[in-house]
Design a protein around this ligand. Structure first.
Ligand SMILES: [Zn+2]
Length: 69
């Protein structure tokens, strides 16, 4: 009886092991990055790559400077 239990535990353990090998956890999908239009030139730029100044969005700091000149 004890043998059967041990074999069952081993089989379950092996099945789980192979299951993880065949279906590895997928990495979290990357967050969608919001695209915003530059107030100066109108080009769409990634929000994290752009510059935020006085509640306005710009694709580069150069455009932010030019906009407020
Ligand atoms: Zn721009």
């Amino acid at each position: 009886m004890l043998k059967l239990l041990i074999i069952t535990v081993i089989v379950v353990y092996l099945l789980r092991f192979f299951w993880h090998l065949m279906y590895p956890r997928l990495p979290d999908p990357p967050k969608p990055v919001e695209m915003k239009a530059c107030e100066y030139c109108g080009i769409l730029a990634r929000e994290d790559k752009g510059v935020m100044q006085r509640d306005r969005f710009f694709c580069t700091s150069d455009h932010a400077k030019r906009f407020f000149l």
